[in-house]
Design a protein around this ligand. Structure first.
Ligand SMILES: [Zn+2]
Length: 336
């Protein structure tokens, strides 16, 4: 990575990382009655659909409350108004953590891996969802991750072992160069170090065991990973944040990763950013570009933190915002 960019991102990260740790996906300290109710049973956590010849399965890792105060570049009164309009009554917004399986030809590709053990027991349900969807970890041939935050890579390791023992991990070199950079790790403030430590702990064993293929390239210039699948670099949220695009029989789906965290606000006003963004201005640019492209071309998108299964279309609304149109829930296979 270019040194100037690394330095710039490092300073942004260091400036924001105090806010990161501890409140990343944390509940607010507001009154008890405002806390979301914890469910006593696990929900069904998979959803299948077809995209041309590809079978796509959305997998839930669970959900957690994201505090509205994490949003930036917006006045809090506006946030309150938009959340009220969306019937969100607490200061935390229920947020899904989604991952996806693409089954195409001889490949079973996992897009993001959930939190693993990094965010507590209210998440970490990806393995249950995978099993219920009819897949075993051994069947996964390839893994791609949109970026190295713990809620996307944590599930790569379970109890010190590779969760998906037969899989090759495909990584954006820019993301590797940032999060595995010992200088940046050393310079990060105490609270921010966990993000580097998690990435180092999870990714290093894969690199040492020769299970990693790294790709390089420039922003917005697609890199072919497999037949029908492209990696599209989209730095902003992190230094090497990446979209993945799959196309089959003229149908297109783009996995967007962390382009949206609180949709009730960020679809209405895509200029709103979040403290998790390494480079908020660039993250905003990527969001505006991606929203406009999806709305004008009409392809499907899959989004890590949209309400499960997090797959839908976008339509431009009459102002500067967008409307989310979730895919229909179809459950018409023969029952018992
Ligand atoms: Zn995320």
């Amino acid at each position: 990575m270019n040194k100037k960019l690394t330095g710039k991102l490092a300073s942004v990260f260091i400036a924001s990382s105090c806010l990161f740790s501890g409140i990343a996906f944390a509940h607010s300290s507001e009154s008890e009655k405002e806390q979301p109710q914890i469910m006593t049973k696990v929900q069904a956590g998979f959803y299948h659909f077809q995209l041309g010849d590809a079978k796509i399965t959305a997998l839930s890792d669970g959900s957690i409350g994201l505090d509205k105060s994490l949003l930036t570049n917006v006045h809090e009164h506006k946030v309150d108004k938009l959340l009220k309009n969306a019937y969100v009554e607490s200061s935390t917004v229920d947020t899904s953590v989604n991952a996806y399986i693409i089954s195409l030809k001889d490949k079973v590709i996992l897009v993001d891996t959930g939190t693993g053990g990094l965010f507590g027991a209210n998440l970490n349900k990806l393995s249950i969802s995978l099993k219920n969807a009819g897949y075993t970890p051994e069947q996964v041939t390839d893994i791609v991750v949109t970026h190295f935050h713990g809620d996307h890579i944590g599930g790569l390791i379970t109890d010190g072992k590779f969760t998906y023992p037969n899989a090759t991990l495909h990584l954006n070199k820019k993301e590797v160069d940032y999060w595995l950079n010992q200088d940046l790790y050393a310079k990060a403030p105490e609270q921010g170090k966990k993000f580097f430590k998690d990435a180092i702990d999870v990714i290093t064993p894969y690199i040492k065991s020769d299970k990693v293929k790294q790709f390089t390239g420039e922003d917005a210039k697609p890199v072919k990973l497999f037949d029908g699948m492209l990696a599209i670099q989209s730095h902003g949220h992190t230094a090497g944040h990446t979209f993945y695009e799959i196309e089959s029989k003229g149908k297109k789906l783009v996995f967007w990763g962390d382009i949206v965290h609180i949709p009730q606000v960020q679809f209405v006003d895509p200029t709103v950013t979040i403290k998790f963004d390494s480079d908020a201005k660039q993250a905003e640019i990527q969001r505006q570009k991606a929203f406009a492209d999806a709305a004008s071309k009409g392809y499907l998108v899959a989004v890590s933190h949209m309400p499960f299964p997090g797959v839908g279309h976008l339509a431009k609304d009459s102002g500067k915002g967008y409307q989310w149109i979730p895919i229909p829930y179809v459950n018409n296979a023969l029952g018992k």
